[in-house]
Design a protein around this ligand. Structure first.
Ligand SMILES: [Fe+2]
Length: 280
């Protein structure tokens, strides 16, 4: 895929390009099923010169069908989740994100990747920000710089939007206090870390991103086993307690991602199934 095309502002697909359950009369095409979308994306990414316009058209051509994506839609009570659907021959990641009521992301960049996002259920609010103007390497004053808000959009069922780093940073949230939301995201190339930003100070922090589930299967136990192996632990019954208890103040100092991983680890180590999550 080429580096960022020049003509992409935030991309909201006009109504006449959205499918409404019947054939798309303007192009005479039926909506794609999720399987057809994945196959078409694989084909689109076979070449080194992928058209981001074509990728967006494919994402538009899928019409949300919960019976196709619900196996990936694994919610968590505390924060939004990222659920891998397809690894796209390592050229892209397709994932379902599940947003409980009021859940939102941090302000983040996209690690030099293209991001296309589509609403599968509910609504999401996207707020876009300009990059901090100060360079971390050149500016030694360390003065805080509040991030400048560029625009705010509400995305509705089946709408898509597109962003890359040349367009700024963004934050995504489910504005509803009563309805969950689900979205389909394509990232190319795939990335495992990005940066998150403090809105008030503009301070940038590196952040690893993980999957709550892969291919419809939760990974809590695998994650804990892998971590336990790295630490040389024998298991919850035989290992001596490590470290000390954390109080609430300590948690305030943790990044969302760290709290998330601790929560996963606790569930897996105690052998509890995740009864709080809403698997739909
Ligand atoms: Fe994003």
């Amino acid at each position: 895929m080429q580096a960022y095309p020049e003509d992409h502002g935030l991309h909201r697909v006009p109504d006449d390009k959205l499918y409404n359950g019947t054939n798309n009369t303007s192009e005479g095409k039926k909506p794609l099923t999720l399987r057809e979308l994945i196959d078409a994306l694989h084909k689109a990414f076979e070449t080194d010169h992928v058209s981001i316009d074509h990728v967006q058209e494919l994402m538009v051509s899928y019409r949300s069908n919960p019976s196709e994506w619900k196996k990936y839609a694994k919610f968590d009570r505390y924060r939004y989740t990222r659920n891998l659907v397809d690894e796209g021959n390592r050229r892209f990641n397709l994932m379902v994100l599940c947003w409980g009521e009021g859940h939102g992301s941090a302000i983040h960049d996209h690690a030099n990747a293209h991001c296309v996002m589509k609403i599968l259920q509910g609504e999401l609010c996207e707020t876009r920000y300009a990059w901090p103007t100060k360079s971390e390497t050149n500016d030694r004053t360390n003065e805080p710089e509040e991030l400048k808000e560029l625009e705010k959009n509400t995305l509705e069922l089946n709408e898509i939007c597109y962003i890359n780093d040349s367009m700024g940073l963004h934050r995504v949230e489910n504005p509803s206090t009563v309805n969950p939301a689900v979205s389909l995201h394509l990232y190319s190339p795939p990335f495992s870390s990005c940066s998150v930003f403090n809105k008030q100070t503009g301070q940038r922090t590196a952040c690893n991103v993980t999957f709550w589930s892969k291919y419809g299967e939760k990974r809590n136990r695998d994650y804990a086993l892998m971590l336990g192996k790295q630490l040389g632990l024998k298991g919850p019954r035989t290992a001596k307690p490590l470290g000390q208890n954390l109080n609430e103040e300590d948690f305030e100092k943790f990044r969302d991602e760290q709290v998330y991983q601790l929560y996963e680890l606790m569930n897996a180590a105690t052998g509890k199934t995740d009864t709080n999550s809403k698997d739909e």
